[in-house]
Design a protein around this ligand. Structure first.
Ligand SMILES: Nc1nc2c(c(=O)[nH]1)N[C@@H](CN(C=O)c1ccc(C(=O)N[C@@H](CCC(=O)O)C(=O)O)cc1)CN2
Length: 296
């Protein structure tokens, strides 16, 4: 007999809307003050359809929020040097307030070198080493958007993290790794799991808070979710499938994010929030010691 879902849904679409409204208000203030709308430059390398969709979604949200966007589409054969040069030009362009390089780029490109060409004050996607270090030390700076969105969801649903066992499955530079650091900063006891982890299931079963960021559809089974756990599904697999077997997990979890409608919309909302904040900082409208994560 099918089990009844017991978990409460964490509605990322609704919370993202609130953050987008706040970002639009900040963008309006910048435009009134400077006569120029905040501007996000988006850079896409190659023709991966999913990446093109995400960039289109980001630009559409920008337009709705009164944020201008400038798009640079580069061929798949672009070299690291050419990409670094293009991003450096955007970093030096005073008309651009934020830069997004859509991940992933082709395997022949040194993605880290390309990310590092983003000027720190324009790193609204929170992908540079400097942004990661600032986040890890609790200093002002921009935070990688999906982890920032996850923290906003946890706060919105009043999840107390201190002393809880948070298990992050995945260790990518823009998702798993920073998510763990943010949870640690909130006094959670953090375990990172990855492809070489032994007996993953037994660790997942101990998670009070589980962040699934593996990139494998329905990789986390419902039977491995601890009763009452908070389950954050940060997966974005083809066909709008998350990393968690949602139906089964929802019969055991206390709180759970759906896919779609959970972490995804929060990722884009945080990008716009940080873009509006970057423009406000660059035009002297916001104090430089204000943490972007507190806006919206
Ligand atoms: N430079 C970056 N690259 C990538 C990031 C990132 O944060 N910065 N994240 C992911 C993909 N991503 C944004 O780029 C992303 C994925 C999914 C969604 C989303 O809203 N999904 C919807 C469903 C999709 C739909 O409605 O068509 C949802 O979950 O509700 C947003 C952003 C990799 N690359």
């Amino acid at each position: 007999m099918p089990m009844t879902p017991t978990a409460r849904l964490m509605d990322g679409t609704r919370l993202a809307r609130q953050i987008l409204d706040h970002s639009a208000a900040t963008a309006r203030a910048v435009t009134q003050q400077t006569g120029e709308a905040p501007c996000l430059a988006t850079v896409l390398v190659g023709d991966d359809p999913a990446s093109a969709t995400y960039v289109r979604m980001k630009r559409a949200r920008c337009e709705k929020a009164g944020i201008a966007s400038r798009h640079l589409s580069l061929p798949a054969a672009t070299t690291t040097a050419e990409l670094v040069e293009a991003i450096t030009a955007l970093s030096e362009d005073p008309g651009v307030h934020g830069i997004l390089l859509q991940h992933p780029v082709g395997a022949h490109i040194d993605e880290r070198a390309a990310f590092e060409a983003i000027a720190p004050h324009k790193d609204v996607d929170g992908v540079t080493m400097r942004s990661f270090a600032a986040m890890s030390f609790g200093l002002p700076g921009f935070v990688s958007c999906t982890p920032a969105g996850i923290m906003r969801l946890l706060d919105h649903y009043d999840v107390d993290l201190a002393g809880r066992h948070a298990v992050v499955v995945g260790r990518s530079a823009i998702l798993g790794k920073p998510a763990g650091m943010l949870l640690l900063a909130r006094d959670a006891t953090v375990t990172y799991c990855h492809s070489r982890t032994r007996d993953l299931k037994s660790i997942v079963r101990e998670a009070d808070v589980l962040v699934a960021a593996v990139g494998r559809p329905r990789f986390i089974r419902g039977e491995d979710i601890k009763t009452g756990a908070v389950v954050i599904d940060a997966g974005y697999n083809p066909g709008n499938l998350g990393d968690v077997d949602f139906d089964a997990a929802a019969t055991r979890a206390g709180l759970i994010t759906p896919v779609p409608g959970g972490v995804g919309p929060m990722t884009i909302a945080m990008l716009l929030s940080q873009t509006a904040e970057a423009a406000a900082l660059q035009s002297g409208l916001a104090p430089a010691d204000r943490l972007p994560a507190s806006s919206g």
